[in-house]
Design a protein around this ligand. Sequence first.
Ligand code: DGY
Length: 320
Amino acid sequence: MKPNIFIARSVPPEVEAYLGEHCTYTKWEQEEPIPRDKLLASLQEAEGLLISGGKIDAELLEHAPRLRAVSTISVGYNNFDIKAMKARGVIGTNTPDVLNDTVADLIFGLMLAVARRIPEMDRYVKEGNWKRGDDKTLFGLDVHSKKLGIIGMGSIGEAVARRAKFGFNMNIAYHNRNRKPDVETALEAEYLSLQELLQTSDFIVLMTPLTPETKGMIGYEEFKLMKGTAIFINASRGATVDEQAMVRALQEDLIFGAGLDVFEHEPVSPDHPLLHMPNVVTLPHIGSATAQTRLEMAMLAAENLVAALQGNAPSSVVKE
Ligand code: DGY
């Protein structure tokens, strides 16, 4: 008999067709995220759940007595309460690797956008302010040949470092839980303490997953260590940074600017001070958002879910 699953996030037709071959499913029909109460009410019969975001915690598990596997369409899985899932024997899977290059492209876009003030200059032209040749008020900062410090050298960090090294002749530094000798050799990357990295990098890219250890790891003291010309990019999770501290650091001109794909609370409120700073480029958490990559992520998540429910090994099981 086919296992019963709930699809909590709209997926491309080919992914739905694949799931239909292997499972009996019901699904959330709308584009916007499913409200929590509706999700909880949909899980009574579900053995599998395909989701993107949304807490998988003890409360949810109580509403899902038959649940055996949850597959998230994301590499990040900070929405999983792994302890609670393990206690119930529920397998969790995620979608690493297929999004590496797409997210790395976007991070580079943010670095260029902040350094060369691209969104600000776009508004300048469109608002009719370009009345004469350029002058130094329009100047930005170079990206090529500068020092890039990556915090969290996972496979997305490596993809960013490759672009930096081979496309932009940048010097690479990194800080990570453990050293990566292969990356050090291939990219001439220098391992630094967090403090040294913050003090010496021209671009600081935060890529660490959100865990209890990394929550708020970049605060006011960390911004104070950065160069006055530093550009800070966050494409991990908003809560890895103390947002109030970042606002204060930007108000005090402690750094040149910031590029943010993620916020502590998403969608970010239109009143948030970060949205009203010309040197902050903001995006709506679109790191992996291309049609091709989202299709690959959704298909991988679907395959993981089916494998877990059939008692086979999914390609990426979340362990800790
Ligand atoms: C992920 O996969 O975790 C990304 O943040 C989604 O874009």
